[in-house]
Write a protein of this length. Structure first.
Ligand code: NAD
Length: 487
């Protein structure tokens, strides 16, 4: 098996196996080949991981900030040196094209560790003068944070959670998605090589039941989940039982608005990246593309031309643009939405099927698909599909499109294309989303906060904002005179 790890879990600086845990397989989505066999964590493994993290956190929190920063920075450097091997593993784990993973996965994880290493070294509070007293605040770590990942960006998700958590002086126990168990193990190895205390970043495998056990473990101070809205509801509720902190990075059905004065090629490029990158398996995708009526047919004609040129194929071939979906189950789900789109009256512009031929026979491939004449009430305009399916909706006026764009329970992201600078900021201000892109789409550099509003989540990853979600404020009040007591 070409990606078999030494053991399923990584705890206290070493690989650990417990064959009593439920066995499961990891498959390469492009061929269906089994690339690793693993075991889900038993309660004993979970306790071992948590106890080791508690120990490591106490040691880590006593280090100088600059010493912690150095470990994160070294980990970033190691990731960059190994980018090629890590990207190949990411491609095997997810089926995403190597063209993408070489530039968007381990490398963005390294950016995150590098940037948060600087935050680790500069974390400070404030001083508040109070006349005959003063107060100061310190940001303290929470303790052991649990990270639970989705399957679309296994390395990036692990790094986006670990970097701010560790920078604030916490330890992390991370559970990858059962669909993509491999990449986080490599990150755990790298932290040890970078000089982290054993147990600072442990990885345990498993399904939702393992996630649930971690979320309610007595030693868990915080849960950070990347996943769907229904899972978010369960994890948020479970965490609340122990008054634990949470970050919820959940799903979306984000609007991308194209006004008639937009640069058409840029708008189409943004819409394609925001629907087809990672074979459409991105939470912040702009899957409801609202196009102003006067440019609609021109937009659709050019969009179809450019979509036709997308190369599907072997994800390990550097010329391939799109690999398969994560699994056969996901393909069935996406095909179900395509059928619903047709049945409910949307116009299929391009795609909509499964590519034929030997090269695609065993993988969960699907054609990049565009629907036009989509209306707000159609299932494909309301539910998160998580596949390469773009819905194009027509609109007339600015007020109308804002109301329709906001008419969803989700609020992760939004985008708009226009050359009118006043309109750009006006509309960005009125779109209900955690992040809004103007004249681009889906860029998430580590420097800027990322996260959702409404059902799309709570808390922020990246940017200085993330530090607030992995630390708590302590206030110290200092008297400068005597105690003035009437008693
Ligand atoms: P999912 O909700 O099925 O699973 C996410 C993780 O939660 C997995 O590791 C799973 O094992 C675990 N889990 C499931 N039930 C649990 C429970 N009861 N308690 C604790 N953990 C549990 O999501 P998925 O299918 O892996 O990923 C796709 C979803 O993730 C999409 O909705 C997508 O939008 C979302 N996502 C969001 C972001 C973001 O940053 N906002 C990023 C990527 C993916």
């Amino acid at each position: 098996m070409r990606a078999q790890p030494k053991a399923s879990h990584f705890i206290d600086g070493a690989y650990v196996e417990d064959a009593a845990g439920k066995a499961f397989e990891s498959r390469y989505a492009a061929t269906g080949e089994v690339i690793a066999k693993l075991h889900s964590a038993t309660p004993a493994i979970i306790d071992q991981a948590m106890a080791s993290a508690v120990r490591a956190q106490q040691e880590w929190a006593s280090w100088l900030p600059v010493e912690r920063a150095r470990v994160l920075r070294r980990a970033a450097d190691i990731i960059r040196v190994r980018n090629e091997a890590l990207s190949e593993l990411e491609t095997l784990d997810t089926g995403k094209a190597i063209q993408e993973t070489l530039v968007a996965d381990a490398s963005s994880g390294a950016d995150s560790l590098e940037w948060f290493s600087a935050q680790a070294a500069s974390l400070s509070g404030e001083s508040v003068p109070l006349g005959n007293a003063f107060a100061y605040t310190v940001r303290e770590p929470l303790g052991v944070c649990v990270g639970i990942g989705a399957w679309n960006y296994p390395t990036q998700i692990a790094c986006w959670k670990a970097a701010p958590a560790l920078a604030c002086g916490n330890a992390m126990v991370f559970k990858p998605s059962e669909m993509t168990p491999l990449c986080a193990l490599k990150l755990a190895e790298i932290f040890i090589e970078a000089g982290a205390p054993k147990g600072l970043f442990n990885v345990v495998q498993g399904f939702g039941d393992v996630g649930a056990a971690l979320a309610t473990h007595k030693d868990t101070a915080k849960v950070s989940l990347t996943g769907s809205v229904p899972t978010g509801g369960k994890v948020y509720a479970a965490a609340a039982s122990g008054m634990r902190h949470v970050t919820m990075e959940l799903g979306g059905k984000s609007p991308l608005v194209v006004f008639e004065d937009a640069d058409l090629e840029d708008a189409i490029g943004g819409a394609m990246l925001g629907n087809f990158y990672s074979t459409g398996q991105i939470c912040s995708n702009g899957t409801r593309v609202f196009v102003q009526k006067s440019i609609l047919e021109k937009f659709l004609t050019r969009l179809a031309e450019r979509t036709k040129a997308i190369r599907l194929g072997d994800p390990l071939d550097p010329d391939t643009h799109l690999g398969p979906l994560i699994s056969e189950g996901q393909r069935e789900k996406v095909m179900g939405y395509i059928e619903k789109g047709k049945a409910e009256g949307a116009r299929l512009v391009i795609g909509g099927g499964v590519p034929g031929g030997e090269a695609f026979a065993n993988g969960s491939y699907i054609e990049p698909t565009v629907f036009a004449d989509v209306t707000d009430d159609m299932t494909i305009a309301r539910e998160e599909i998580f596949g390469p399916v773009m819905s194009v909706l027509a609109f007339d006026t600015e007020d109308e499109v804002i109301e329709r764009a906001n008419g969803t329970e989700f609020g992760l992201a939004a985008g708009l294309f226009t050359k009118d600078i006043s309109r750009a900021h006006r509309v960005a201000g009125r779109l209900a989303a955690g992040i809004c892109w103007i004249n681009t789409y889906n860029l998430t550099p580590v420097e800027i906060p990322f996260g959702g509003v409404k059902h799309s989540g709570f808390g922020r990853e990246n940017g200085r904002a993330a530090m607030e979600f992995y630390s708590q404020v302590k206030t110290v009040h200092v008297a400068l005179g005597g105690v003035d007591s009437p008693y």
